[in-house]
Design a protein around this ligand. Structure first.
Ligand code: NAP
Length: 447
């Protein structure tokens, strides 16, 4: 019998050969493969049907040119993509990211992760990802609007309410969703829920904007409850200053925690005694205005440290909410030295391979993004069903549904990941998501 490493290697070798120039994608596949080979032993039909190989080859990769005109009248050319990874359990469902770092490797990695995340929610949602290498920094409102319209001119051919339902992601906030949906509606001549994250005046769900950050805190509360603890008085370091970071910070404060950091690419804001709502609102406003966080007003009690990382602060809980691979080995060592006992990902794949090893060795409770940040896509799923029914739930109803879904995701990951007194949430989430998608793929036959 081959040992586990040999088995993993036998899966990975051809995948590596086929995708050799896609490091983020390979990193994500390797992590999942290490956990799910044991499932393949229990379900020989998964191996026979080559489920893992099929999932690492997206259903479809769509790449297109986006041509638009800037305020100076100059023609600009960008590249857009939609990766449709798997619709085994429902329509493709995932966000759009506008950022110069967007490329096929990043989108394939995000699409792969999304398949398992969406399965974990218990909702009928497939997975994918999309975006463009467009950088909105320094662009006027009308330039960003024209870009969104030009992007949708092509994307509209590939999406629809029972086919592929995009949403927001980095630099695609409710403002951009409005422009994208407006262009889609104009082109199709139809009003239906082909995009989520819409404003509540035109088919959006209450609490979609808050859902990822709030859901992250509900997941952390479920993790703490496993150990008979709660959030009250705990020091929480948060990275990022965007949608996920500020809503996670807000909910953590509401639940009694002390949020000691927020950050952006310029540096970190420190609040050793914890931030108040006014400080979080100020950060949110800076993000909205496209400005950095370097000069907080004195009344907020914040200090800005240029180039510093949140992980240098003492905190019991770390919530990385900015972008992939932001916790290096060195950052993980700082967290361990600072007494961190719990890391939950607001963004996706935040630990480098070295950091992941150190975190596991140190026995830190670690929740991967595919479980901990699934609140956003879960409320997107609720938005899809509200659009289909034409009946909309109140904020309190959605909040209660979100709490319930996050508790269920925690339960699914905990059952599969329990290892004595510890829960390996990464393994649990990978296995629970994979098992569900694999069963569907096998049921469809060889197609
Ligand atoms: P966002 O509103 O655009 O904010 C992202 C923020 O992260 C930006 O303010 C950016 O700072 C900051 N950032 C980027 N790289 C950084 C770095 N290396 N160090 C510190 N800060 C950095 O995006 P978001 O919607 O909050 O999403 C954040 C992450 O969560 C993304 O990875 C996304 O894929 C993931 N996620 C989002 C959702 C959702 O519902 N929105 C759901 C699941 C997962 P600058 O302003 O300096 O550029």
């Amino acid at each position: 019998m081959p040992d586990r490493d040999d088995l993993v290697e036998s899966y990975l070798a051809p995948i590596r050969a086929r995708n050799s120039d896609e490091p983020e994608f390979l990193q994500a596949v390797e992590e999942v493969a290490r956990d799910v080979v044991t499932v393949e032993k229990q379900h020989p039909e998964f191996a026979r049907n080559k489920v893992l190989e099929r999932l690492t080859e997206p259903d479809r990769l769509i790449r297109f040119r986006v041509v638009w005109q800037d305020d100076a009248g100059e023609v600009q050319v960008n590249r857009g993509w939609r990766v449709q990874t798997s619709n085994a359990i429902g329509p493709y469902k995932a966000g759009l990211r506008f950022h110069p770092s967007v490329n096929l490797s990043v989108l394939k990695f995000l699409g792969f992760e999304q398949v398992f995340k969406n399965a974990l929610t218990g909702l009928p949602l497939g997975g994918g990802k999309g975006g463009a290498d467009f950088d909105p920094t320094g662009r006027s409102e009308s330039e960003v609007m024209r870009f969104c319209q030009a992007f949708m001119l092509e994307l509209a051919h590939h999406i629809g309410p029972d086919h592929d339902v995009p949403a927001g992601d980095i630099n695609v906030s409710p403002r951009e969703i409005g422009w994208l949906f407006g262009a889609y509606k104009k082109m199709q001549g139809r009003f239906h829920g082909a995009i989520t994250g819409k404003g509540t005046a035109f088919g959006g769900s209450e609490l979609r904007v808050e859902a990822t950050g709030y859901g992250l805190i509900y997941f952390v509360q479920a993790m703490l409850a496993e150990r008979g603890r709660d959030l009250s008085g705990r020091r929480v370091a948060v990275s990022g200053k965007g949608n996920v970071a500020t809503h996670a910070a807000e909910k953590a404060v509401q639940e009694g925690a002390r949020v000691v950091t927020l950050s952006d690419t310029s540096g970190t804001l420190l609040a050793p005694d914890g931030m108040g709502q006014e400080a979080i609102d100020w950060v949110r406003e800076r993000k909205r205005a496209g400005e950095d966080i370097a000069d907080p007003p004195g009344r907020l009690g914040l200090t800005f440290r240029e180039g510093a990382l949140p992980w240098e602060q003492e905190a019991e809980i770390a919530l990385p909410c900015a972008t992939q691979n932001e916790i290096s080995g060195e950052a993980a060592r700082s967290l361990i030295d600072g007494g961190c006992g719990l890391i939950a990902e607001g963004a996706n794949m935040l630990l480098t391979a070295e950091a992941a090893g150190l975190v596991q060795e140190a026995g830190i409770d670690y929740a991967p993004g595919k479980a901990a940040n699934a609140g956003g896509v879960a409320v997107s799923g609720l938005e899809m069903s509200q659009d289909a029914k034409g009946r909309f739930a109140s904020g309190a109803e959605i909040d209660s549904a979100l709490r319930g879904i996050m508790a269920e995701i925690h339960g699914r990951a905990a059952i599969e990941g329990r290892d004595g007194a510890r829960i390996d949430y990464r393994r649990g989430a990978n296995i629970a998501g994979y098992r569900k998608v694999a069963r569907a793929i096998c049921a469809f036959g060889v197609i």
